[in-house]
Design a protein around this ligand. Structure first.
Ligand SMILES: [Zn+2]
Length: 259
């Protein structure tokens, strides 16, 4: 009996040790082949060339200003890695897909696919989509860290599985940017354009992000729902979409003009 208890205690300690060691080890692995180009007040940025120091500083400063608008009390402690190659990004992010960036909130990391620092943009995955500015994607990803902190581990995890549109919509709403062209998105959403455009061009994920942003904008910006109500209310998605469609068609609600 005593022996068993000792074994359980040792196992728990081992698991804790692995978890505690894993995050720094993971961050160390993410930094392979990259150089630290910015570090201040909890935000560290890594890139493949030190010549991006000035851009990284500007990016971090813009991010801090944008975060102030969301929550003045939030100061992130995160490491951001701009990968040199797509393969490097996929290996470090542990993903087979090719998203613009990927956040692992539990490990306090955000990884970016290779992007154009000079143009401050990330090229779209498909020609039907729009490029995104680095700062809008960075804000989106940093807000996932914020959601993790605000909602807590369990709620964040549950919502990413049951209400992922809220998790993504909140970030896209504040980033005020969409990969999916807004005019086209609104026409598909209001059933004035064929949904086949989305499926045949294999741009379903980007359309999902667009609709998630639209729903969040409708609730937080148009209906002035509080943030806590937004997170705690279980919306019927079909009902919500019908309500938005009607408000759009009756021109009571106009979705953000900004792309
Ligand atoms: Zn996201």
């Amino acid at each position: 009996m005593k022996k068993n208890r000792k074994r359980i205690v040792i196992s728990v300690l081992e698991i804790l040790a692995v978890l505690l060691l894993f995050a720094p080890a993971y961050r160390l692995a993410c930094g392979i082949g990259l150089k630290k180009v910015y570090s201040d007040n909890g935000i560290s940025i890594y890139a493949d060339d030190v010549r991006y120091k000035e851009e990284a500083k500007q990016m971090a400063e813009t991010l801090k200003v944008q975060l102030l608008e969301v929550d003045g009390d939030y100061s992130p402690k995160i490491s951001i890695y701009f990968c040199k190659t797509m393969t490097g990004f996929q290996i470090k992010a542990i993903t087979m897909g090719k998203p613009l960036a990927l956040t692992r909130a539990n490990l306090k990391t955000t990884l970016f696919r290779p992007c154009d620092w000079a143009k401050n943009s990330i090229e779209p995955r498909k020609p039907q989509l729009l490029p995104r500015s680095l700062s809008s994607v960075l804000l989106h990803e940093t807000l996932h860290h914020y959601e993790w902190k605000k909602l807590g581990l369990v709620r964040f995890f549950v919502k990413t599985h049951s209400e992922n549109w809220k998790i993504e919509g909140f970030c896209e709403y504040h980033a005020a940017s969409s990969s999916f062209p807004i005019d086209k998105g609104l026409r598909v959403f209001c059933e004035e354009a064929d949904y086949g455009f989305v499926t045949s061009n294999e741009i379903k994920p980007e359309y999902f992000y667009f609709v998630s942003r639209l729903r969040t904008d409708y609730l937080l910006n148009f209906k002035k729902v509080s943030e806590s109500e937004y997170w705690s209310t279980k919306y019927d998605e079909d009902q919500l979409d019908n309500e938005i469609r009607l408000a759009l068609m009756e021109k009571r609600y106009a979705f953000a003009v900004q792309q």
